[in-house]
Design a protein around this ligand. Structure first.
Ligand code: HEC
Ligand code: HEC
Ligand code: HEC
Length: 209
């Protein structure tokens, strides 16, 4: 129970974990062997680009991904503050083919961060909300911003993309209510103008410097 399944390293102490304040409730629930301990962690998207970028960005993120799974009666904490990428993170072509990662696919959906039907008081409510996605009160991130913010999560970078939970000048929407999303998803995102192929800060070029 006290082993990180990725690093195989033992946690020093639970007190160590408590130094991350937002985890206090989680650790209390964990110590109580509460199967719902993970409900105290911030939600994260399991949408593949958000999740895989977020995992591999590991400790490089301003706020590294944290997640927990309760599976086969075992609670596993996934703490990416302890994980480094065994390669060059900005080398997109470690995973992507050339020419395929400059922008999200046309018609890409927004990433769902939190399924929320307005009532999230118990685990059963969470399951019900997951069953009725899309809900107007889900939290979503628009497609282009989602691809980038999954690594570039500093508040300055988020403000550049569009503002945390808002629509700023560049049109990215990060963790906004689905009811506030500009439709179709990403319609307001102007990122490709500068970051698309041939733009002044072409994604392929900035990451190959
Ligand atoms: C560890 C592997 C990995 C690395 C490294 C990686 N990506 Fe990704 N990326 C993914 C996965 C997985 C997806 C989701 C693919 C899917 O859903 O079909 C994705 C999706 C994307 C998408 C959306 C593409 C689409 O078709 O909608 C963009 C844009 C993107 N990545 C940009 C980047 C950039 C820029 C870099 C380098 C700075 C990068 N990625 C590095 C794994 C990676
Ligand atoms: C897999 C993680 C990852 C993804 C996804 C990613 N980047 Fe980066 N990006 C990096 C890393 C690492 C660097 C280099 C930072 C450094 O050298 O300090 C970088 C550098 C940059 C730079 C150069 C300025 C700087 O901060 O060094 C820009 C601009 C940039 N990225 C834009 C984007 C955009 C736009 C997207 C989305 C399409 C994106 N990135 C997606 C990891 C990523
Ligand atoms: C008008 C041009 C322009 C538009 C539009 C634009 N960007 Fe940028 N972006 C830039 C420039 C310039 C930089 C700084 C590059 C550098 O430092 O080398 C930057 C930097 C970034 C970075 C790197 C931040 C970091 O951590 O250093 C990310 C990520 C990014 N943009 C994502 C986006 C996204 C997502 C959108 C759309 C929602 C967007 N940008 C729209 C010009 C633009």
């Amino acid at each position: 129970m006290d082993t990180n399944f990725i690093t195989r390293s033992k946690w020093k102490t639970y007190a160590d974990l408590l130094t991350r304040p937002s985890w206090t409730a989680f650790v209390t629930a964990w110590n109580a062997k509460d199967a719902n301990a993970s409900l105290n962690l911030p939600v994260t998207s399991n949408n593949f680009k958000d999740l895989v970028h977020g995992i591999h960005a590991g400790k490089d993120r301003t706020t590294p991904l944290a997640d927990a799974r309760f599976f086969q009666n075992t609670l596993t904490l996934l703490d990416f503050t302890k994980v480094g990428f065994p390669g060059i993170l900005k080398s997109c072509e470690t995973c992507h083919n050339a020419g395929t990662y400059g922008a999200p696919a046309a018609n890409a959906l927004a990433s769902t961060y939190e399924a929320n039907n307005g009532t999230l008081a118990s685990p059963a409510d969470v399951a019900a909300a997951l069953g009725t996605v899309p809900n107007t009160s889900d939290r979503i991130t628009t497609p282009y911003a989602a691809a980038c913010v999954s690594c570039h999560d500093s508040s300055v970078a988020q403000a550049h993309m569009g503002g945390i939970q808002g629509v700023g000048g560049n049109g990215g929407q990060i963790k906004v209510l689905r009811s506030a999303m500009v439709t179709p998803p990403g319609a307001a995102e102007t990122c490709a103008l500068c970051h698309g192929p041939g733009g002044i800060v072409d994604v392929a070029k900035v990451h190959s410097k």
